[in-house]
Ligand binder design. Structure first.
Ligand SMILES: Cc1cc2nc3c(=O)[nH]c(=O)nc-3n(C[C@H](O)[C@H](O)[C@H](O)COP(=O)(O)OP(=O)(O)OC[C@H]3O[C@@H](n4cnc5c(N)ncnc54)[C@H](O)[C@@H]3O)c2cc1C
Length: 276
């Protein structure tokens, strides 16, 4: 570390990323820990805020985590890790209940929560807030973060890398660029929650900030990376020359729309039995 640059702050945990993953990680930590939440843009800007369709969860009385797991495994076409799927479907109901306790405004019917059907699910199980579910989620989580005096948000702080000890390569914090100045923030624990990297590709529905920084940061510090081929490309987006490719929600197919090629052929069946 250059000696001329002062260490500005010391934290117990630093979280790089203020999307759903970063915000929820910060809220899940004990309230007596000093948590720093770092974002390269304003806190309100993230892919999470752009999410539309919703959150799949087996909460309806006619549903179960086992059915949710079965649908997920089929949709994964043999590529899912069963333990990871199991963890997801079993954790989802409890975590969604936490969001409900925080006051998230999911759509409701007279009977209760409104579940919609999306592609690959055998029954309606997607909770949503109109088609701006991500915005509702981020607003709810951000509101909670502002209530927590132990969480300090440092926005527009571009994380350049992990700050590692030369002798052991163990992590002791991060290096950030704030208002043109390099600063070193110390913490024994650093969580990288920097989201996806869709912008690496020519065509994407991700926001401009989705440049895969966390993967690069981790790689440069010697972390082992895995499953890098698993990039989700959303199948439906607006294609108008000169306009951004904004996403057309999966709910469209859940409600009965089909994917057709220029010959009106439902081409996805050529690749996957369950696709539409
Ligand atoms: C249009 C659209 C619709 C979607 N719809 C759905 C949906 O209906 N359901 C669903 O489950 N998923 C949906 N997704 C996917 C979902 O939004 C993402 O998987 C999820 O938001 C990722 O959350 P995250 O917290 O990991 O990352 P993000 O929300 O992208 O947050 C990344 C954070 O990291 C910060 N960051 C990045 N690099 C740095 C750096 N170098 N230094 C400091 N900070 C940095 C950013 O500032 C940001 O705060 C959708 C995505 C898009 C783009």
């Amino acid at each position: 570390m250059p000696t001329s640059i002062p260490i500005a702050d010391c934290f117990d945990v630093l979280i790089v990323g203020g999307g759903a993953a970063g915000l929820y990680a910060a809220l899940s930590l004990p309230g007596d820990l000093r948590v720093g939440l770092i974002t390269k843009e304003a806190l309100s800007l993230s892919a999470s805020g752009w999410a539309q369709g919703g959150i799949a969860v087996a909460l309806d009385s006619s549903d179960s985590p086992a059915l949710h797991a079965k649908d997920t495994i089929v949709a994964g076409n043999g590529l899912c890790e069963p333990e990871a799927v199991q963890f997801l479907v079993e954790q989802a109901p409890a975590q969604v209940k936490v969001l409900l306790e925080m006051g998230i405004a999911f759509d409701r019917t007279a009977e209760g929560l409104a579940f919609t059907l999306e592609a690959a699910h055998s029954r309606p199980r997607v909770l949503h807030s109109a088609d701006t579910t991500g915005r509702a989620l981020i607003q709810t989580l951000t509101h909670q973060v502002w209530q927590r005096p132990n969480i300090k948000v440092l926005a527009q702080a571009f994380t350049l890398g992990l700050w590692t000890r030369p002798q052991t390569s163990s992590c002791q914090g991060i290096c950030v660029m704030v208002e043109g100045e390099i600063r070193w923030l110390r913490a024994p624990t650093v969580i990288l929650a920097t989201g996806g990297g869709g912008q690496v590709y020519a065509q994407t529905t991700n926001p401009e900030l989705s440049t895969g920084d966390g993967v690069a940061i981790a790689w440069r510090s010697g972390a082992q990376l895995r499953d890098l081929e698993f990039f989700q490309f959303h199948p439906t987006a607006l294609t108008v020359p000169g306009a951004p490719h904004f996403l057309i929600s999966e709910a469209v197919r859940g409600e009965g729309a089909h994917l057709l090629d220029s010959h009106q052929h439902r081409f996805m069946f050529d690749y996957h039995l369950w696709a539409n």
